[in-house]
Ligand binder design. Structure first.
Ligand code: FES
Length: 71
């Protein structure tokens, strides 16, 4: 099973051995290690991967999952 974790003020952490990351042409990116992090801030020089730039530029994002309301 694959999971994508939204990191607080950071990247998307993708975990799972069955995940393939492809570009718009359908070509796979080589994945050096798992889990791997995808850039969410737009500042990485190694897109689509996170290179840690988010912490240098002070990227902040406040989205958190909201539990479904219970009736
Ligand atoms: S989220 Fe890490 S460099 Fe963009």
């Amino acid at each position: 099973m694959a999971t994508i974790k939204v990191r607080q003020n950071g990247s998307y952490l993708v975990d799972g051995d069955d995940v393939t990351l492809i570009d718009w042409n359908g070509n796979a990116y080589p994945i050096a290690k798992r889990p791997f992090a995808l850039c969410r801030c737009g500042g990485s020089t190694n897109k689509p991967f996170c290179d840690g730039t988010h912490s240098k530029v002070g990227f902040q994002a406040a989205e958190a999952a909201v539990p479904e309301s219970r009736e």
